[in-house]
Design a protein around this ligand. Sequence first.
Ligand code: 5GP
Length: 211
Amino acid sequence: MSKKGILIVISGFSGSGKGTIVREMMEKYDNYALSISMTTRVPRQGERDGVEYFFVTKETFERTIREDGLIEYADYCGNYYGTPRAYVEEQLNAGKDVILEIEIQGALKVKKRFPECLLLFVTPPSAAELKRRLTGRGTESPEVIEQRLSRAYEESEGVEAYDYIVINDVLESSVEEVHSLVEAARRAPVRREAFIQQIRKELKEFAKGAE
Ligand code: 5GP
């Protein structure tokens, strides 16, 4: 049987640049598959259904929850966001490292359900920089920016639950950093189970001989 991929959860404050990091990783390396979430939020200008998100009604979202079609879901600033189950399972089984770009409540649910997943948190170097980026992208109204900044404060309380923090200052370095953390995770004993069992068996044989 081929090896299962790693489930990678990337969270970060809105405006941290995590989306850009993920896009770059998808372009640069071919071991990753990106999960497309389902949301009830209205599309931003230029966003397409089935590309950035599956944009659905509240009814459809709630039906999908009832049918157990989501690995996790959360309410973020008044909208539902969730991870469709089928794609993630299919890609992991095919050996791809699957990226979920999701917020913190969802990340913690994924960790409970898949304890061996990798949790990464992306942050800008400072709060001032976060505000500058959120204002600069020009896609949100001042009220939404305020809401996202206070949400960022709440989220900062949960950062310790993550495995690693990536301070996103220079994009290229952050992409490399995330990729090397995934490569390091591949070497964790939970993912080397077969190897460990094998060498243990071999050592046992040697130990017997030495008796
Ligand atoms: P945005 O509206 O800016 O696209 O996303 C808002 C927040 O929802 C971001 O922090 C994003 O990572 C998160 N998010 C996107 N998809 C999901 C999902 O499937 N589940 C959860 N829990 N959060 C998500």
